[in-house]
Design a binder for this molecule. Structure first.
Ligand SMILES: NC(=O)c1ccc[n+]([C@@H]2O[C@H](COP(=O)([O-])OP(=O)(O)OC[C@H]3O[C@@H](n4cnc5c(N)ncnc54)[C@H](OP(=O)(O)O)[C@@H]3O)[C@@H](O)[C@H]2O)c1
Length: 247
């Protein structure tokens, strides 16, 4: 009843979006706890540097979560000893071209946000879930957002993507009740990462100004600590939603 699937030596965790920000902090934290971590993202050079510095065996997986072919076959691109994934952290996401009025949005940017944050997250889950089902255990932790349950103006596309995350996670949790597979959603408020720079296509000055105008922000490690807390609960406990805001 109190068995923990997480964080024993040899536990395999897949973290999407591990090349920066929250995902990188989660990957480092899980490796520090003894997990074997698959670090996935598009920027392979960053992943290789990260994996090199990990305290436990880790694997760099080039993955574009918005590319169906890249995600659907992801297990086939892993060496056999990395394919039994115990923990999936769905973290990859962005807000490309966001924080502006909807009528000014570029349709391709809009689609990229949905294809990454919503569809890509579901595809990654679909790639990993059957293995968890056959083993009768697993934990899927998805990084949602406070924007999955509340909204602000000029933020409609990102809000839509995170409402999709929230609805999907709640529905699938209900579907998997009693199977040994847990689903948790960690929903942060503002976190200081590369997220704002990515939104503005690498405009660091604009991103810096965005964060400077806001008094408080969480750090990526704050979110990683919350994920660790969620994973560390006994198997009969499921933390469904964990909302974090800067104090
Ligand atoms: N920062 C915040 O205030 C905040 C608040 C609440 C929730 N969140 C959520 O937290 C998650 C992580 O964001 P962050 O703040 O850590 O941002 P970040 O520093 O910009 O990191 C985003 C990560 O996602 C990856 N990514 C983006 N598009 C991808 C794709 N198509 N395929 C694979 N990986 C992709 C990036 O890697 P590559 O570019 O190398 O692919 C990067 O590793 C996101 O889901 C975001 O919505 C952020």
């Amino acid at each position: 009843m109190n068995d923990r699937i997480a964080l024993s030596p040899g536990t395999v965790a897949l973290v999407t979006g591990a090349s920066a920000g929250i995902g990188r902090a989660i990957a480092q934290t899980l490796s520090g706890q003894g997990c074997r971590v698959i670090c996935a993202a598009r920027r392979r050079d960053r992943l290789e540097a990260l994996v090199e510095a990990m305290p436990n065996p880790a694997f760099a997986l080039a993955l574009d979560i918005a590319d169906g072919k890249s995600v659907d076959g992801l297990l086939d691109r892993l060496p056999p000893e990395w394919r039994q994934i115990d923990i999936l952290v769905n973290n990859a996401g962005h807000d490309l071209g966001g924080r502006q009025a909807f009528h000014l949005r570029d349709p391709d940017d809009m689609a990229a946000v949905m294809e990454t944050n919503a569809t890509g997250m579901m595809r990654a889950t679909l790639a990993v879930l059957p293995g968890m089902q056959s083993r009768g255990k697993g934990h899927i932790v998805t990084i949602g957002s406070v924007n999955g349950v509340e909204w602000t103006a000029n933020h409609s596309v990102y809000v839509a993507s995170k409402f999709a995350v929230h609805g999907f996670t709640n529905s699938l949790r209900m579907e998997l009740q009693g199977t040994g597979i847990r689903l948790s959603e960690v929903m942060p408020g503002l976190v200081r990462t590369e997220f704002a720079a990515a939104r503005w296509r690498g405009d660091e000055a604009r991103a810096e100004e965005f964060y400077a105008r806001r008094e408080a922000a969480l750090s990526p490690q704050d979110v990683a600590d919350a994920v660790l807390y969620v994973l560390n609960t006994p198997a009969h406990v499921n933390i469904c939603d964990l909302v974090l805001r800067p104090a």
